[in-house]
Ligand binder design. Structure first.
Ligand SMILES: [Zn+2]
Length: 414
């Protein structure tokens, strides 16, 4: 009797699709009528262990190909993960066009049944590849309210794109500048959907969005670490650098992604002798975190100059959080963190220590906002990209409220 013989499924990593797995160690073995699929996480850029912290291994995304269309069962086990959180993974049966959560999972193990397809994509959370990003960018083309530019180029020469949005019929004099950069940690993917929602809202029909664009210039860097996305890194650029902490010595940094952000911020702030005409007054640093709650902020302790920020800045942070909570039930249900901010390694430190404190600039409200991977908008339903797109809209409404409030808020004695 001939042995039951057919080809095993294969594990693939496709370029530019934000895919990452250790292809050498991951395996597919027969297990009865099913397949035992071991997906072994790898370090960013496939670096050997010991260079990056183990807890940087937080992203995995693969394609399993050569499936028989009549149907397969894959018993999938995620191994070597640098996280313990029970995040419901996602699957796509149409080459990454549409995704659904895999509802049933036990820790890092779950079962995937396929039928009518020769490949399935599996990921820790909803991926965001370069193709998806470029398609989305194209939707903003030709809108007179959007100016697209490149503030620098990554280690591997990918453009770091800035979308500057304002109402061109209103002269810039007196407009408040808002600066937002997203996904310095490239697989913190809630941020991309938050940016998509914010831009959809800004260019949409609401009276509040139109008002905000009359009053403000919104500078958005939606993908601050494009090489990281292309390589499927969780936290670092193409050289394995965690760009986020370059701010501990920002003027010494030669990391292209950090230099691009810093230079564009410096250009807008100007110097004490010649401040910019529309300096940044609001800065949002968008990230995502492993947390059981919903989206939250990192507020700062008020123990300046020992640590934290000056009270005047914290007052602005509290106002911002209040406006966001008023617009977003999703954010309102979460608790914010308070950072001692003793190691001044984030962009907020540069904005505080270089601009808010010495002046002549008005104090800058600079804060980190974190999305999360699990909690959705209703009980028991994990979050989706649309939840975060809606969160981007809510962020827009809150920015409008903050900018309308700002003239009195920034001069509290008047
Ligand atoms: Zn982050």
């Amino acid at each position: 009797m001939p042995a039951l013989c057919f080809a095993a499924p294969v594990i693939r990593v496709l370029p530019e699709e934000q895919m990452r797995i250790n292809l050498t160690e991951s395996t597919v073995q027969p297990e009865g009528k099913a397949w035992d699929v071991r997906l072994v996480l790898s370090n960013d850029n496939d670096l050997p262990d010991g260079i990056l912290p183990n807890d940087f291994r937080r992203w995995w995304h693969v394609e399993i190909g050569e499936l028989r269309p009549e149907g397969e069962t894959l018993n999938v086990h995620i191994e070597n993960a640098g996280y313990r959180a029970g995040i419901t993974p996602v699957r796509s049966d149409d080459g990454g066009t549409s995704w659904t959560r895999i509802a049933e999972h036990s820790g890092h193990s779950f079962i995937v049944h396929t039928k009518g397809t020769t490949s399935v994509r599996l990921a820790k959370w909803y991926p965001y590849g370069m193709g998806q990003f470029n398609s989305w960018l194209a939707t903003t083309e030709g809108d007179p309210r959007v100016t697209r530019s490149t503030i620098g180029r990554s280690v591997e020469d990918r453009p770091i794109v800035l979308l500057s949005m304002t109402d061109p019929a209103v002269p810039p004099s007196g407009k408040t500048r808002i600066w937002i950069h997203s996904a310095v940690h490239p697989a913190e993917n809630t941020t991309y959907f938050q940016c998509e929602g914010l831009v959809r809202w800004l260019l949409g029909d609401s009276a509040e969005a139109k008002e905000l664009l009359r009053l403000a210039i919104v500078d958005l860097v939606p993908m601050a670490n494009p090489d990281g996305v292309a390589h499927g890194n969780y936290r670092t650029n193409a050289k394995g650098v965690n760009v986020e902490v370059e701010w501990k010595a920002p003027y010494d940094s030669a990391v292209p992604e950090a230099v691009a952000l810093r230079s564009a911020i410096e250009e807008r702030m100007g110097t004490a002798q010649a401040p910019g005409s529309n300096p940044i007054e609001v800065l949002l640093n968008l990230h995502a975190a492993h947390s059981s709650g919903g989206p939250f902020h990192i507020l700062h302790e008020t123990a300046w100059p020992e640590r934290g920020v000056a009270q005047v800045v914290r007052t602005l942070e509290d106002q911002w959080v209040g406006f966001l909570n008023a617009r977003s039930p999703f954010a309102r249900a979460s608790r914010n963190d308070i950072s001692s901010f003793s190691i001044r390694q984030y962009v907020e430190a540069m904005m505080h220590d270089r601009y808010s404190i010495p002046g002549p600039w008005k104090p800058v409200m600079a804060i980190t906002m974190e999305g999360t991977y699990q909690k959705g908008r209703s009980a028991g339903v994990p979050c989706t990209p649309d939840d975060y797109r809606l969160f981007g809209e809510e962020t827009g409404f809150a920015l409008r409220d903050y900018v309308v409030w700002l003239p009195e808020g920034r001069d509290p004695e008047n």
